[in-house]
Design a protein around this ligand. Structure first.
Ligand SMILES: *Cc1c(COP(=O)(O)O)cnc(C)c1O
Length: 436
C-alpha cells in the first residue's frame, strides 16, 4: 500500500473508515478541474471519439445485416433516453427528499446484440480489430461496402485469428457474440462471479469459455498471459484498452442529440448529473469522457460502486489506482452486482478521470434489490442489479449537498447498464429479494 499502513491511510482519509464499515458514502473528487484544463492533461481527444463514431457508422450496414434487431436503427447500436417520473416519486417517498429536477434513464439495458453497456465498447473493439486485419490482408475492395464482412473469405481469414478477453460476464458476452459472428476463434476467461447462463449462452455460439475460481483480476491476468504467448491472439484488455474506452465515449454525442430532441437544455443554469455504475472503469470512464467533451463543466459525472467493491473510489482517493485493492481495506469484493465485482480498478481510467470526475458513491446490495423491484413496479423496466447502482445517485448528491443538485433546472440521468439478457427466473429471484 505504497508505504502507508491501513491505519495511516485511515487517519489521512477518514472517509475510508466508513468505506471499511461498508456504509453507503459519497466521495467528492478534490482533483476535479475545469474541463479545458483536464483535456490538456490527456492524450485522448475529440478526434479519437470522432474516429470511433465514423468506424461504427462504416460497420452499421454490416451489423444491420447480421443482427436483424439492429436494423430498425440502421445498424447503429443505441438505446433510448426515457423519462421516469414515477420512479422519481418513489425515490422521493422512500428517502424522504425532494428531487426538483427531471429524472431520466439511459436504457443500455436494452441495447441490441448483448443487452448491456458492453455492446458499446466491446463490440467496437472487435470491429476495429476485424477492420485492421481485413485491410492488412487486402480483403476490403475499394467499394468499401462493409456488408462484405459477412462473406466467407472474411470468415476464413478471421478463423485463423484468435480473440481473448477476461470478464465477470457481460464483456465476455459482447466480445464473444460479436467475435463468433465474424468468424474469429474466441476465448472468454470468466471469473467466479460469472453467471451460468452467460457461460451456457456463449458455448452455444461456439465460444471457448474458461472458468476460474478466482475473481475478475485473476481471470484477466490469466487470459492476458495465455494471449501474450500467442501472436495470432488479440487480447481485449479491459484494464488498459483505449479502443474499448473510445467505443464507450461515442455515447456522449449520442446522448447530447437525444437530450436536444427532447428539448432538454444543458448549460450553465441547467446542470446535467450523470450516474454511472463502475466496475473496472472503462465503461463509465469512456461515457464520462464523451460527455465531458460535449458538455464540459455543465455535466457532473459520478461513478457508483457496491459497498463491497469500491475499487475506483479507493484507487482515486489514495491516488494509487491499481496499486491498491478493496482487500487492503478488508473488503471481500462479494456483491450481487456481478458487473461491478472488481477489486482493483483500471489505472488508465482512474488517472484519466482525475480532472473530470465529480465523485464516487457506494450502494449496498440490499438497496440494489429494493430499487430493482421499485423500478419494475413503477415503470415496468427490468434491470440487472449492477444497473441499479446509478439509481441511488440523485438521492446521494442531494443528501450530500452537492451544489445545484437540488435545483429544479437540473437533469439527473441514471445510466441503466444492463438487464435484457437476464433469464426470466433469474430476474424473478432478484425481484423477490427486493420484496424482502
Ligand atoms: C461492465 C458493467 C458495468 C461497469 O463497466 P466497467 O467498464 O467494468 O466499469 C456496469 N454495469 C454493468 C451491467 C456491466 O456489465
Amino acid at each position: 500500500m505504497n508505504n502507508l499502513t491501513q491505519s495511516e491511510w485511515l487517519s489521512k482519509l477518514p472517509l475510508l473508515q466508513e468505506v471499511m464499515e461498508k456504509k453507503e458514502v459519497l466521495w467528492k473528487n478534490p482533483l476535479i478541474e475545469p474541463t479545458t484544463a483536464g483535456l490538456a492533461k490527456t492524450s485522448l481527444s475529440q478526434e479519437d471519439v470522432t474516429d470511433a463514431r465514423q468506424r461504427l457508422e462504416r460497420f452499421a450496414p454490416y451489423l444491420a445485416k447480421v443482427f436483424p434487431d439492429t436494423a430498425v436503427n440502421d445498424g447503429i447500436i443505441e438505446s433510448t433516453l426515457t423519462p421516469i417520473p414515477k420512479m422519481k416519486n418513489v425515490l422521493e417517498r422512500d428517502f424522504d427528499i425532494n428531487i426538483p429536477g427531471q429524472l431520466l434513464l439511459k436504457q443500455d439495458n436494452a441495447l441490441p446484440i448483448s443487452g448491456s453497456i458492453k455492446a458499446r465498447g466491446g463490440i467496437y473493439e472487435v470491429l476495429k480489430h476485424a477492420e485492421t486485419l481485413a485491410m492488412k490482408h487486402q480483403l476490403l475492395t475499394d467499394t468499401y461496402d462493409y456488408r462484405q464482412f459477412a462473406e466467407s473469405k472474411f470468415q476464413q481469414l478471421f478463423a485463423k485469428h484468435k480473440i481473448a478477453v477476461g470478464s465477470t460476464g457481460n464483456l465476455g458476452l459482447s466480445i464473444g457474440i460479436m467475435s463468433a459472428q465474424l468468424g474469429f476463434n474466441v476465448t472468454v476467461h470468466m471469473s467466479a462471479d460469472a453467471k451460468q447462463w452467460k457461460k451456457d449462452l456463449l458455448r452455444s455460439k461456439g465460444v471457448h469459455v474458461v472458468e476460474y475460481k478466482d475473481d475478475y483480476s485473476k481471470a484477466v491476468e490469466e487470459g492476458r498471459r495465455q494471449a501474450d504467448a500467442d501472436p495470432s491472439c488479440h487480447f481485449i484488455d479491459d484494464e488498459n484498452s483505449t479502443d474499448l474506452f473510445m467505443g464507450y465515449a461515442v455515447a456522449g454525442e449520442r446522448v447530447a442529440a437525444q437530450l436536444k430532441e427532447q428539448h432538454i437544455v444543458v448549460d450553465q443554469d441547467h446542470p446535467l448529473f450523470v450516474y454511472l455504475p463502475c466496475g473496472v472503469g472503462g465503461g463509465p470512464g469512456g461515457v464520462a469522457f464523451g460527455l465531458k467533451l460535449v458538455f464540459g463543466d455543465h455535466v457532473h459525472c459520478l461513478f457508483a460502486e457496491p459497498t463491497h467493491s469500491p475499487c475506483m473510489m479507493i484507487g482515486m482517493m489514495t491516488g494509487l489506482h491499481d496499486k491498491i485493492s478493496v482487500a487492503d481495506f478488508s473488503l471481500d469484493n462479494k456483491t450481487v452486482a456481478d458487473g461491478l465485482a472488481v477489486g482493483t480498478a483500471s489505472a488508465f481510467v482512474g488517472k484519466t478521470m482525475e480532472p473530470f470526475l465529480a465523485g464516487c458513491y457506494t450502494v449496498k446490495d440490499r438497496t440494489l434489490f429494493k430499487l430493482l423491484k421499485e423500478l419494475a413496479d413503477s415503470e415496468n423496466i427490468w434491470l440487472e442489479p449492477s444497473a441499479l447502482a446509478g439509481m441511488a445517485g440523485p438521492v446521494q448528491v442531494i443528501m450530500s449537498n452537492i451544489p445545484s443538485a437540488d435545483s429544479s433546472k437540473a437533469t439527473h440521468l441514471v445510466w441503466a447498464t444492463g438487464g435484457n439478457m437476464v433469464p426470466e427466473e433469474e430476474m424473478q429471484s432478484y425481484y423477490q429479494q427486493g420484496e424482502n
